[in-house]
Design a protein around this ligand. Structure first.
Ligand SMILES: Cc1ncc(COP(=O)(O)O)c(C=O)c1O
Length: 385
């Protein structure tokens, strides 16, 4: 076990009480807790509709399907992202098109780089606020509008983040959220789709539960006897225990985000004081507020990252890489090779070799941050000798 894990989960007595409340109620599948979580989440994200689902991957797949994305469609996304978006698109028969980074200081989708791969099959783009840092949402919104493209935001890293005073997740047709164990708001597994579009919301609601017109909860209360299947869907429902936990986590989110911001500030201070040549820190590039999900760094060029990670592990410090680029995994590389060839992404490739995530969370202490920064400094001093 690491003495400093990537993130400490911050679950307390209130989450335990919320889960117990559901267990005592005897109703476990989608019902009133899910409905309340959806209402509260939508309010918090400044958007009319929220549809709770089983995880962030289901949120992406249902959003793409409900937007009518399928065979023949190309969708633009960054290569440094979680594989869920690629998988969701490929499973629907659509083509993920990877877009290069514009600069090593900004790991998000660039409208200028999107323009380089635009063609008449391009249907949508998926900005991802990597690490919780807002992309150039104004530029992407303009690019999408000029070219008749949909925006579906993969906002999994970015609850409460803002671009220029507007919440991340409010820019396109839909935004998708994950409540996986390492996320700023967690329910263990879980996800959400948010949208301002009434018809799209109705389609997503149907799709997450087999296209069935009357949920089990309504039927159990005697509000309906039968149901119709209105469209082809799936089972991606959230359960009541997760929703109850999610409601507590949502209430904690503003304070937890503030603690993350303070911890990140402390990390900048420590690393700046130590003065490590060639180390790039994750400064926000576009106007707005980050959600401080990940503290990624770029190691000095030519550094043996594996050796740095090993050194920190010896000091009890967990590190990670978010993410190896999508076009470099076995199955994804093979898919690109079979579908027109590997994309040419020089900036992404250069960044990917240097990328490493340091521990950061709402409960990371100043003492831990000092230990992380000093361990990194020692590792680089030794390895660069
Ligand atoms: C950026 C991003 N997209 C999508 C997902 C998929 O979410 P989930 O793991 O809940 O399916 C995750 C999280 O794991 C993620 O970080």
């Amino acid at each position: 076990m690491y003495s400093i894990p990537l993130t400490h989960t911050t679950l307390g007595e209130e989450e335990i009480e919320a889960a117990n409340r559901v267990l005592r109620s005897g109703w476990l599948t989608m019902g009133e807790e899910v409905a309340a979580f959806e209402t509260e989440f939508a309010q918090c994200m400044d958007i009319p509709h929220a549809i709770a689902v089983s995880n962030g991957t289901a949120a992406l797949e249902i959003s793409f399907a409900a937007a009518g994305i399928g065979p023949g469609d190309e969708v633009l996304l960054p290569s440094i992202t979680f594989v869920a978006c690629f998988n969701a698109l490929v499973r629907l028969g659509a083509k993920p098109v990877l877009v290069d980074l514009e600069s090593p200081h900004d790991l998000t989708l660039s409208p200028r780089k999107c323009a380089e791969v635009l063609n008449d099959k391009t249907r949508a783009l998926v900005p991802m606020a990597h690490g919780g840092f807002p992309p150039d949402m104004g530029g992407l919104e303009k690019f999408a509008a000029e070219n008749g493209l949909l925006i579906i935001e993969d906002s999994c890293h970015a609850p409460l983040a803002e671009w220029n005073g507007r919440k991340i997740g409010t820019f396109g047709l839909a935004a998708t959220w994950s409540f996986f164990g390492n996320k700023n708001l967690t329910t263990g597994e879980g996800g959400m789709i948010t949208t301002a579009d009434d018809d799209f919301a109705a389609r997503c609601r149907l799709m997450r539960s087999h296209g069935i017109t009357r949920p089990t909860w309504d039927r159990a209360r005697g509000h309906a006897a039968g149901y119709d299947v209105a469209l082809v869907g799936t089972n991606a429902r959230m359960d009541e225990i997760r929703a109850a936990i999610g409601r507590v986590q949502l209430a904690r989110l503003p304070a937890a985000t503030e603690s993350r911001r303070a911890a990140a500030g402390e990390m900048y201070r420590c690393l700046d004081t130590l003065g490590i040549d060639g180390l790039v820190l994750p400064k926000p590039v576009h106007p707005g507020l980050p959600a401080w999900h990940l503290f990624w760094v770029l190691l000095p060029s030519g550094t043996n990252r594996g050796a740095v990670m090993d050194y920190l592990r010896e000091d009890g410090i967990q590190t990670s890489v978010h993410y190896a680029p999508l076009h470099r995994f076995t199955a994804t590389r093979d898919w690109f090779l079979e579908h027109g060839g590997l994309p040419d992404l020089p900036v992404t490739d250069a960044v990917a070799e240097r990328l490493m995530t340091l521990p950061l969370g709402p409960a990371t202490t100043t003492d831990e941050i000092n230990r992380i920064a000093e361990s990194l400094k020692r590792a680089l001093d030794i390895l660069q000798k």
